[in-house]
Design a protein around this ligand. Sequence first.
Ligand code: FES
Length: 227
Amino acid sequence: MDRRQFNRLCTGLVAGASSLHVNATDITPTPRSALVFEDDSPVTLAQLNPGEAWIFSYPYKTTPCFLVRLHESAPHQGSWPGGVDHDQSVVAFSAICSHKMSHPARPISHISYQDKPVTFYDKQRQKQTQRGVISCCSERSVYHPAKGGQVLSGPAPVPLAAIALEPDENGALFATGSHGPDQYERFLQAFGFRLAMEYGTSDVRARVGNTTKVVLAKDFSAQQVLC
Ligand code: FES
C-alpha cells in the first residue's frame, strides 16, 4: 500500500467514525415514519423546491415540524449531522419555538420559514438582513436552519430541535429521530387541551405511525404572522 492509499484509508476511517459518533450519541431515535403527501404518495427529495416550507407531525401526532429545501447547503456542524441530499440542503426542524413554544396552529402561526429577507438584530446588536431563516414573531426569535437551527436573534435560549431525515434509494424521505434540546413534553403539557381539540384526538401523546402527512406551511395555518 503506497502513502496516498494509506492516507485515503485513514481519512475514510476518520469520516466513518465521525458519522458513527453523530448517529450513535446525538440523535434520539424515534419510530421511523415515512413522509407522505395528502394522497399517501411518498415525499421524495426531487419534489422539494428551494425555499418552499412544509409542515409535518413528528414524533407525536400533535408536534409540528418544518421541512424545507434551503437555497444553501446545511453541512454537518458540531453534533448536528446536517441536511440530506447530495448538497445537504434538505432539513427538518421542530416548529416549536424554544422560547415560549409558539408553533404553527390551524387558525394562526407566529413562527415560519422566511424565504424573503428578514431584518433583525443579532446577539451583538448589529442589524442584519437575511433570507432563509426561521422567524418567530411572538417575541422576535430568529433561527438559522442551515446551521443546525442555531439562534441568531431574540430571547430563544436554545436552537430548534432538529429532526433526523433519511432518504431511501429512491429519494423517499423518512423521519427517524430528534436531535438537540426538544420541547415536546413541556409543549404537550402546556397545550394538550387545545391540541386534543385541534387534532381531534383523546391522546395527544400518540406517536405518528408508519407515515406522517406533509402539507405546505402556507396551507397548514389559515393565517401566518410575518414580522
Ligand atoms: S415564543 Fe418564539 S420568540 Fe417567544
